[in-house]
Design a protein around this ligand. Structure first.
Ligand SMILES: [Zn+2]
Length: 383
């Protein structure tokens, strides 16, 4: 079974996040059993009633007798790939049919991230697993594309630990050792409705929100003082991406809500930005005691950073020939770090083509990825 055939099989299984991933897990489980790995399923039902499964497969090296139903135990190296994909346009007729042209393989998930999964399965098949002294794990997760939910569940349940992890995402085979965090909050400002001819009888929630947003812009400038040279831009950024308020043109607005998004540099807690905003809010409330505002933090995905001198960073730099960088998009690396790992993100293909119609992976990168992962298995698990 070549890496290309495996990728063809994987792309043929529709696994957009809205569906159950049971079918693709069944395929992966069978492939792991063929390779001589033991597997354990971690199933749950998502909020739409869909069956979702995280699958952890491992070699028997270093396995402790009597390991429980819920625990996979300690592993040395985990290769991690998410099984779900983003949706595809109905007019992309070959989305589920891997199509080759110009040294590229096209199909939904061909790059993000089924190429990495195909490379990991192929790499495992090239290594004599009985020669491994330290345990290797393959980790296949659900619902990455809708907020790294599957990996988050593993990070909470902690069914295994890993010393090192390679998280598959399209990085054009560049090892990424740090990533910004991703946080969201819903902010609701309240006022008092009145006829707009008599504004003094009410209090405009929109004017209040405008004052607060002006202060938030100052916070954005303040955040630029703390810098992390590995990123572009090298500081925590924030954005008010959505705003909604008022009920009619001649009514003083009673409510105004907006969405705040911020991306934190490693080393800065998610709450830091919110604390700065709360301080600004308190100042506004000092001048306007009636200023009612609720801040609901709805998401706080951690940033991550693994030291440049880490063995996994150094190995992947050597093996890929690429120096380590940083990623701007969210990944499952923080979840693997929660499981004890020094985690690096690496995979074939380019994130910039990943979520588009016509997503593809270059064949040469796919083959190179197999070599890099085989090398990693030998390097970390054989000795
Ligand atoms: Zn992905």
């Amino acid at each position: 079974m070549t890496v290309e055939q495996t990728l063809r099989d994987l792309v043929a299984i529709d696994s957009v996040s809205a569906r159950s991933n049971a079918e693709v897990i069944e395929y992966l489980e069978a492939r792991c059993h063929e390779a001589g790995l033991k597997t354990r399923r971690f199933p749950h039902t998502d909020e739409n009633g869909m069956a979702k499964i995280n699958l952890v497969a491992r070699t028997s090296a270093g396995e402790r007798a009597g390991s429980s139903q819920t625990s996979v135990g300690d592993t040395e190296l985990a290769l991690v790939g998410h099984t779900d994909t983003v949706p595809y346009a109905s007019n992309w007729h070959e989305a589920l049919q891997l199509t080759a042209a110009d040294g590229k393989l096209f199909g939904r998930g061909s790059c993000d991230t089924k190429a990495f999964i195909a490379a990991a399965l192929t790499a495992v098949a090239t290594v004599d697993l009985t020669q491994l002294q330290k345990p290797l794990a393959l980790v296949f997760t659900a619902d990455e594309e809708i907020g790294c939910l599957g990996a988050g569940r593993l990070a909470q349940a902690k069914p295994f630990t890993a010393r090192y992890a390679i998280v598959g995402e399209p990085t054009s085979l560049r090892p990424m050792r740090a990533g910004k965090g991703y946080c969201l909050a819903e902010i609701t400002v309240r006022g008092r409705e009145a006829h707009s001819a008599y504004p003094q009888l009410g209090a405009s929630a929109i004017f209040r929100a405008a004052r607060l947003i002006e202060r938030i812009e100052h916070v954005a400038q303040q955040l630029q003082r703390e810098r992390h040279p590995g990123f572009d831009p090298p500081f925590t950024t924030l954005n008010v991406g959505l705003i909604k308020g008022g009920s009619a043109k001649n009514v003083v607005a009673g409510e105004c809500g907006f969405t705040l998004e911020w991306r934190t540099i490693p080393g800065q807690p998610a709450a830091y930005t919110l604390d700065l905003i709360r301080q600004e809010l308190e100042r506004l409330q000092w001048d306007d005691p009636d200023f009612v505002c609720e801040i609901e933090a709805t998401r706080a995905d951690n940033s991550f950073e693994v030291p440049a001198r880490s063995e996994i960073v150094q190995f992947l730099e050597r093996a890929s020939g690429n120096s380590a960088g940083t990623v701007a998009f969210g990944t499952e690396a923080p979840s693997m770090i929660a499981l004890g790992a020094e985690a690096v993100v690496l995979g074939p293909g380019d994130i910039r083509v990943a979520h588009r119609t016509g997503e593809f992976v270059p064949v040469n990168e796919l083959n190179r990825c197999v070599e890099i992962l085989s090398g990693a298995i030998r390097h970390f698990c054989a000795g």
